[in-house]
Design a binder for this molecule. Structure first.
Ligand code: FES
Length: 133
């Protein structure tokens, strides 16, 4: 829900983020692992000057296993039951057992600071009844 009191947190400086290199962080709290990716080309929901930066919760929506970013395939893969999620398409599941997309971490880009900020979550983080607990 957009009414939840999400924190605004700097994840990284855009200038420090290499293309296709996952940047790990936690959001909206320390128990929620996430990954930010700069795709190097415009993608759906991407932020920054090139609209190429996206971020997702890395807890699989099937049973909560940690998904890994596969740099070759440019997808998130779950090692537990092999669900695959597409970071270029809002975290949509490509194949597998999950029924929901990966929760998307909503980002903003602060041009003055060259900062990428996490500001909210679209989708329910696995195992939670609300994203802010
Ligand atoms: Fe990821 Fe089952 S926990 S596919």
């Amino acid at each position: 829900s957009t009414t939840l009191p999400y924190p605004r947190e700097v994840v990284a400086r855009l200038g420090d983020v290499a293309v296709n290199q996952p940047v790990h962080f936690n959001y909206p709290d320390s128990r929620s692992p996430c990954v930010l990716i700069r795709k190097g080309r415009e993608v759906k929901g991407g932020v920054g000057p090139d609209r190429d930066v996206v971020a997702y919760s890395t807890q699989c929506t099937h049973m909560g296993c940690p998904v890994n970013y596969d740099q070759e395939a440019e997808t998130f893969k779950c090692p537990c039951h092999y669900s695959v999620f597409d970071p270029d398409n809002a975290g949509q599941m490509v194949i597998g057992h999950a029924t929901e997309s990966l929760p998307r971490i909503i980002l903003e880009y602060d041009e003055a600071e060259d900062a990428l900020l996490a500001v909210s979550v679209d989708g329910l983080i696995y195992g939670r009844q609300a994203n802010i607990i």
